[in-house]
Design a protein around this ligand. Structure first.
Ligand SMILES: [Zn+2]
Length: 268
């Protein structure tokens, strides 16, 4: 929302206390870093508990220790796919643009065997979107999707991130689903991503992809809980939109301190 007003401003951190209208924002300009390749501005955040109102403007620059985490941009999640997410293909060009801003990009790929626990067809008399009680807790059932080595499991053909450094597959165990890129749905079995990020000293994650209210949600929360700074790029995601799932995701992000930005606010 501030991208136009800020287009001539470099970057910096400003913290100000204002006595005027909440609509007024305060910015400062600092010298750009040698490795700054785009401007990213955080939201001005009203602190209603204090008087006068405090506004905190955080501006961030991409660091060599940042990574873009692109979640499950696969054919089966696109319109016409087995588990289609409305408008899921609309974010692909934006993700390509975002990816060019990052030195480090990681792709995840949901990757299921036949008779996977998350498939409604695996369970007698169950339908997609029913919820069963799995040994590790509630499990939503889905249409069969992203079967290993099928076209539905392939990345969208327009996804173009040749410099991606890792493709992390998840959900390949028949008896455990894995929404999160970090932990499978038992919330204990690691995918190995946290170790990979730590060994490579990648500390801050920007998440995009599909779907906002499931795999992006759980990846962001787990990343945060594993001590990575996690930021969701909202307009580079799309939700499945089951009843209550988007509100629950937003509340979960707010409760856990996972920040949300739009790509415009990131200068893209
Ligand atoms: Zn899946």
């Amino acid at each position: 929302m501030f991208a136009t007003a800020l287009s001539s401003i470099t970057w910096g951190i400003a913290r100000s206390t204002l006595h005027s209208s909440p609509a007024i924002n305060h910015y400062s300009t600092l010298t750009a870093s040698p490795y700054l390749d785009f401007e990213m501005w955080a939201k001005c955040e009203a602190r209603p508990h204090s008087s006068p109102l405090h506004y905190h403007l955080i501006t961030m620059q991409l660091q060599p220790t940042d990574a873009l985490l692109v979640i499950d941009v696969q054919n089966d999640f696109m319109p016409g796919g087995a588990l289609a997410i409305p408008d899921g293909d609309a974010i692909v060009p934006l993700i390509n643009t975002l990816a060019r801003k990052f030195d480090h990009v990681i792709l995840t790929q949901d990757w299921h065997p036949t008779q996977h626990i998350s498939f409604a067809t695996t369970h007698p008399n169950k339908n997609p979107f029913d919820v069963i009680e799995a040994p590790y807790g509630p499990q939503t059932l889905w249409p069969e999707h992203v079967l290993q080595h099928t076209e539905g499991a392939a990345f969208h053909p327009a996804l173009h991130i040749p410099h991606a450094e890792l493709i992390l597959r998840k959900g390949f165990r028949r008896h455990i689903d894995s929404y999160s890129a970090f932990l499978e749905n038992d919330h204990r079995t690691p995918t190995g991503l946290a170790g990979y990020l730590r060994e490579r000293n990648l500390q801050r994650l920007f998440l995009c992809g599909l779907a906002y209210d499931f795999c992006v949600r759980y990846s962001a929360i787990d990343g945060h809980n594993l001590a990575f700074e996690t930021i969701v790029i909202e307009d580079a995601t799309r939700p499945v939109g089951l009843p209550g799932s988007i509100d629950a995701t937003n509340q979960s992000f707010s409760a856990n301190g996972v920040e949300r930005f739009s790509s415009k606010e990131l200068g893209v």
